[in-house]
Design a protein around this ligand. Structure first.
Ligand code: ADP
Ligand code: MG
Length: 684
């Protein structure tokens, strides 16, 4: 019997884990017993030993009970070692084959009874063995057997043995300590932790498995929330400042300088920003708004408020083009408001750059628009009061921090067009207040989305041709850039560029894709913005946030190859002006999944609604590409179907914190679990 171990002891304390296995586990991020126990099987195999050969399904994985009937034969076939044994299954003769395990010859003897799991070949009456064990020993792997994602050097069998051993060792003498508040376990009827861990690995039946999953999903969401709360408490050394309420007169002066009246949603968010900036703590606000909802003016407002207080502001955008567009569009309005503004990108000539840096350092220049170039070491501000990041999902947390560090706890405003549903935003950006801009500015002409089959494509080109005749512009978006041999034909930029330039000679066509030199990319995009091109054939690199009011037609080729969020972002490039626009989604896809996605796309205009529907359809991972969006990855919990649970977990964690309990002794084991485990908070 193993002596008892702690959850945070090294896995090396388990028997059979030497240096090479230890290293293999470490590669998988498994260092402690807890890590091991929290690596759940990715599926289970029902292994009820069969004894009736006639009932075995051909070509499928089966478990049989067999008796070894004669000596093993070792053969070498095309560089592989093959061990073969005659066996009896329920009295019927058959054969068992193992690959590359010549040592079995000395282990398996005639007369032994074995449990064999592997693929059954009904024609040859043979089983290719993946796993086997002695049927006479007591610990047989039957019933629901867990299957793990293994790593080289570690077999399924070993993995299971290690887990069993770990479960026993940590359970003695008092069981695995509970980390959830007992009141919550009771309230939500959750299995206790030890039982749940046991059943996640070795469920006796389906019901037990469901119960274990439910408990683990809750634990995952709850500890995620707790990790976030603890992290925030540590991070935010609260700097308080004297409140400086923002008066109505200041707001009036700002709105009167704008070329349009704000929408009700914009006014609401403007008030939220004013309250934050006038408050005793610096603003930490995320502004989510669909493409074209008019987020930029709210950034300008923040810059204006800072300027009124004698502070400076920075607005960072992901591309030089976008930064330049903001600058060109708004610099004169800001000037009118008494806010001298500059543009700083990687392309700013050295001499001009030096002058800008001087201006920012001594405070003569008030607002800086720019790209990552703003983050450079030698860019210093005299008094940076507000840091704004446009299209924030294109930046990492570190970059956000670097911009913030150029000031002394400046107000922070993040703009995002990724429509993360509010509940998720609260979980993911728990340290931020969230504003949502859910109204499009008036006067926008309608944007119609039409689904086409490729044989109807001529309809799209006819519409495009009319647009070009009328002085409007067209985007053609392809999922691929070049022809790739061997792959089925996917619409690609190069082919369609060639096609359109030869068939529509009067169109001025340009092409744009990621692998182009940056200079060329910028030049092409600028030409399109300046209307020196009528049609732009592009991959998905086509700039986010770029405003080309004359663009009224978008043709999305092989549209099923894009995710729903991506389709929506792309569609946002048109319908930005006053003329009616149309987006053609062209696809011959026949799968139900693809058809459904495209029809949701065609019938849903609002990005947030779309996100909700897509979540229901496929789960958030699919929607944004988990890594790219920075959404947390959970092992058990499912954000798509488990939204209600997420809200409960968040509410309960906050309640504990508000009662001051999270830091109490009673929750020491919860805290150490959160600190030791690989929480998705820190992965994101
Ligand atoms: P996004 O939210 O996608 O960043 P922008 O801030 O670029 O949107 O705004 C899109 C366009 O709508 C811009 O041309 C902007 O000038 C215009 N706009 C913004 N707010 C209004 C409004 N209240 N009325 C009319 N036009 C507006
Ligand atoms: Mg924008």
């Amino acid at each position: 019997m193993q002596r008892s171990l702690g959850l945070y002891d090294s896995v090396s304390k388990l028997t059979g884990i030497g240096t090479s296995r230890l290293e293999a586990l470490r590669q998988r991020g498994i260092e402690t017993i807890s890590d091991l126990l929290y690596t759940f099987p990715f599926r289970y195999e029902e292994r009820t030993p069969q004894r009736n050969v006639a009932a075995l399904p051909h070509g499928e994985r089966v478990t049989v009970e067999a008796e070894v009937e004669g000596a093993l034969i070792v053969r070498y076939v095309r560089g592989k070692v093959l061990v073969r044994a005659p066996i009896l299954i329920g009295g019927a003769p058959a054969a068992a084959t193992w690959f590359n395990q010549p040592y079995l010859k000395s282990r398996i003897r005639p007369g032994m009874r074995l449990l064999l799991t592997g693929k059954w070949d009904a024609a040859r009456h043979a089983i290719t063995v993946a796993e086997f064990e002695n049927a006479e020993t007591s610990e047989n792997e039957t019933g629901w057997v867990p299957i793990y994602r293994t790593t080289t050097g570690i077999s399924q069998k070993f993995w299971r043995r290690a887990i069993r051993q770990a479960l026993q060792a940590v359970a003695a003498p008092w069981g695995i300590p509970e980390i959830l508040p007992p009141s919550l376990c009771q309230k939500y009827r959750l299995l206790d932790r030890g039982q749940a861990l046991m059943w996640m690995h070795f469920p006796p039946d389906l019901e037990a498995y469901k119960q274990a999953r439910r408990r683990m999903a809750f634990e995952e969401l709850f500890t995620f929330e707790v990790a976030m709360l603890l992290w925030r408490a540590e991070q935010r050394v609260e700097i308080r400042r004297a409140p400086a309420p923002i008066g109505e007169a200041l707001i009036q002066r700002f709105t009167q300088a704008l070329p349009f009246a704000l929408t009700a949603a914009q006014k609401r968010v403007l008030d939220e920003i004013a309250t934050d900036m006038g408050g005793i703590r610096s603003m930490q606000r995320l502004l989510e708004g669909d493409v074209g909802s008019g987020k930029t003016v709210l950034a300008l407002f923040a810059l204006y408020v800072a300027a009124q207080r004698g502070q400076q502001g920075a607005l960072m955008a992901p591309t030089a083009l976008l930064a330049r567009q903001h600058y060109l569009n708004w610099q004169s309005v800001l000037a009118k408001l008494g806010v001298p503004t500059v543009l700083l990108t990687g392309q700013t000539p050295p001499r001009e750059r030096a002058a800008i840096l001087r201006g920012l350092a001594d405070g003569d220049l008030v607002a800086a628009f720019g790209t990552h170039a703003l983050l450079e070491e030698d860019v210093r501000f005299h008094r940076l009061g507000v840091a704004i990041i446009d299209e924030q999902h294109r930046f990492g947390v570190r970059q956000r921090e670097r911009l913030e560090e150029k000031g002394d706890a400046p107000d922070v405003l993040l703009l995002s067009a990724t429509p993360i549903p509010r509940t998720l935003a609260h979980v993911l950006y728990d340290d931020l207040e969230v504003s949502i801009l859910d109204e499009r500015p008036p006067g926008r002409a309608p944007l119609q989305t039409t689904l086409l089959k490729s044989r109807q494509l001529h309809q799209a080109w006819e519409r495009a041709d009319r647009a070009v005749q009328d002085g409007e512009q067209v985007y053609v978006i392809c999922p691929a850039v070049f022809d790739s041999e061997g792959r089925e034909e996917i619409a690609n930029v190069e082919k369609w560029y060639r096609h359109l330039t030869t068939h529509y000679r009067e169109w001025r066509v340009g092409m744009l894709y990621g692998e182009m030199p940056a200079k060329e990319k910028e030049a092409t995009m600028a030409a399109f913005v300046d209307h020196q091109l009528d049609v732009l054939v592009a991959s998905t690199v086509v700039e986010v946030g770029v405003d080309v009011a004359a663009a009224t037609v978008m043709v999305l080729l092989d549209a099923e190859r894009f995710g729903l969020a991506e389709l929506h972002q792309l569609r946002g490039r048109v319908g930005r002006g006053t003329r009616p626009s149309v987006c053609f989604a062209v696809s011959d896809a026949t799968t139900q999944e693809a058809r459904q996605r495209l029809s949701v796309f065609a019938t849903t205009e609002n990005g947030f609604e779309l996100a909700e529907k897509d979540m229901a359809l496929r789960g958030p991972g699919e929607l944004f590409g988990v890594r790219q969006s920075g959404l947390p990855e959970f092992q058990v919990a499912d954000l798509a179907s488990g939204r209600a649970m997420l809200e409960v977990a968040a509410r309960e964690a906050h309640a504990l914190q508000e009662e001051g309990l999270l830091s109490s002794d009673a929750f020491a084991s919860l805290r150490s679990f959160v600190q030791q485990s690989r929480s998705p908070v820190f992965v994101a």
